[in-house]
Design a protein around this ligand. Structure first.
Ligand code: DC
Length: 235
């Protein structure tokens, strides 16, 4: 909520690897603070969905660059949920598959893919108070965020969480395969040249391996309240 007298928006950046719980946590923090939750991964996924529909290989840089020019992504909010609109169509229902996630990881290495989305993300944060999650929010998208969190968990824990999530949806999956996939994704996201996943110097490192969702949310709220109180001159 913007308080009287505020001249700028408030931003919280949450970065971290796949499966660390960023979106669950970010959504809860946004609800508590009445901020807008911005899921940047969903934007990379929407781009990836377009490339998959066009049957473009992730290694085909020229075709990906050309396809980028045909893509228009906008964001809307319905009942507090972020809706990604790809060329006029709500694509939310198609974004959360492993195929789309892997394509997003592979194609988010290209600067021309990133620049387009970073601009959209920065515009959103200028207009609204946001909790934004992704890989490069604290380092590139919102370098002046009020609070930056680097949220992680062990690969084993992240794989188990993903496995349970799939199981709950009735999808049988191999835990070792999931862990292998997560390691590959981590490797790609952290070693790409342009805006790799890394902890911003001023970000707080938070390992959620042994914490419940509520414990993580409470910790982040504590950090945020401390910062807010400091800014208004309280102890
Ligand atoms: O958070 P996610 O799993 O929905 O993200 C999918 C991929 O998109 C991720 O593997 C890397 C890319 N991504 C990115 O490069 N930068 C972001 N800010 C968010 C996601």
């Amino acid at each position: 909520m913007i308080t009287k007298g505020d001249t700028h928006t408030h931003n919280i950046a949450i970065d971290g690897p796949a499966g660390a719980g960023k979106s669950t946590i970010a959504k809860k923090i946004a609800a508590r603070l009445e901020f807008i939750y911005v899921d940047t991964g969903a934007m990379y996924r929407a781009m990836a969905l377009y490339f998959l529909k066009k049957q473009i290989e992730p290694s085909d840089q020229a075709k990906i660059e050309a396809a980028c020019k045909e893509v228009e992504i906008t964001i809307a909010y319905k009942d507090g949920e972020q809706i990604v609109i790809l060329n006029g169509e709500n694509v939310n229902g198609f974004l959360r598959t492993e195929e789309v996630g892997n394509m997003a990881s592979a194609t988010s290495v290209y600067p021309f893919v990133r620049l387009k989305l970073v601009e959209l993300q920065q515009e959103l944060a200028k207009k609204e108070n946001v909790v934004m999650d992704g890989r490069d929010i604290g380092t590139c998208v919102l370098p002046n965020a009020d609070l930056k969190i680097f949220l992680t968990a062990s690969t084993q824990e992240r794989a188990e969480r993903r496995w349970k999530e799939l199981k709950a949806k009735g999808i049988e999956a191999d835990l070792n395969e999931i862990e292998k996939d997560i390691k590959e994704r981590d490797h790609r996201d952290t070693t790409r040249t342009f805006a790799p996943l890394k902890q911003a110097e001023d970000a707080i490192y938070l390992d959620s391996s042994d914490l419940t969702i509520d414990e993580v949310v409470d910790k982040i709220m504590e950090y945020y309240n401390k910062i807010k109180n400091k800014k208004v001159g309280k102890a």
